[in-house]
Design a protein around this ligand. Structure first.
Ligand SMILES: Nc1ncnc2c1ncn2[C@@H]1O[C@H](COP(=O)(O)OP(=O)(O)OP(=O)(O)O)[C@@H](O)[C@H]1O
Ligand SMILES: [Mg+2]
Length: 222
């Protein structure tokens, strides 16, 4: 699902979307996924970030981790200019994706590398992945790729072997419940333990779903 499809109906009321308002800005703010967060932080601390492959179900922090990495490397003012987000399922095909990567990777800038974040990379056919692999090789000097997918088994081996692979898990009930309580408190909403439990149960490890349900309940006063 592209980020554009994820906006819940609350926009109609002119209210800010909580999944964006409360999207963690730093790796430290990510709930759960602690082993992944620690390894990513150590890459940044050592100034040695490899290509990354993030796999796992929806709403568990893959896109969030990618943008947090960019924020930490480039800072709040500069990260957007050094971070290209593309969707691999772009209907116009891999050639358009490749051309945009080329244009981005070639344009001059001050740092060591820029980041290309390629969402839904498991939607690429094997042929398109082979083309992507060549593009990755071509621009490895000044570009780091972060590929996101639901199923790493759909990514061809030559790409997997060029990436550090991170398998994101569905979030624990504690992680989801903790975030729901934090947001409820920040928004001055009273939630009962049973209410939190019900949201956590329905979310089934998907933080996006939990936050959207909380916002929907708060909007309708349910
Ligand atoms: N681990 C987490 N800690 C805190 N908030 C999270 C976490 N994971 C997801 N969220 C919340 O859910 C929203 C969606 O998360 P994100 O975009 O990272 O999902 P994703 O794993 O990339 O899912 P998809 O496979 O659908 O792209 C975020 O904006 C954030 O509000
Ligand atoms: Mg995502």
């Amino acid at each position: 699902m592209s980020e554009a499809d994820e906006q819940p109906a609350a926009t109609a009321t002119g209210r800010e979307i909580w999944i964006e308002k409360y999207r963690p800005q730093t790796l430290d703010d990510i709930h759960g996924q602690s082993e992944i967060v620690e390894r990513l932080q150590s890459y940044i601390a050592q100034d040695d970030v490899p290509h990354l492959l993030f796999s796992g179900p929806a709403g568990v922090g893959k896109t969030t981790a990618a943008t947090a990495i960019a924020r930490e490397i480039y800072g709040e003012d500069n990260w957007r200019g050094n971070f290209l987000e593309l969707n691999a399922s772009d209907q116009r095909g891999i050639d358009v994706v490749r051309d945009r990567i080329k244009g981005f990777a070639r344009s001059s800038f001050g740092g060591d590398f820029r980041i290309v974040f390629l969402d839904e990379s498991d939607s690429l056919t094997d042929d398109a992945q082979a083309a992507l692999r060549r593009t990755m090789e071509q621009f490895s000097d000044n570009t780091r790729f972060i590929l996101s997918c639901n199923y790493s088994s759909k990514i061809i081996d030559p790409i997997q072997s060029r990436c550090a692979v991170f398998r994101f898990s569905p979030l624990s009930d504690e992680a989801v419940g903790g975030m729901v309580r934090e947001i409820a408190s920040a928004e001055s909403i009273e939630v009962t333990d049973a209410g939190v439990d019900a949201l956590v149960y329905a979310a089934d490890g998907d933080m996006r779903r939990a936050i959207n349900s909380l916002q929907a309940a708060a909007t309708t006063g349910a």
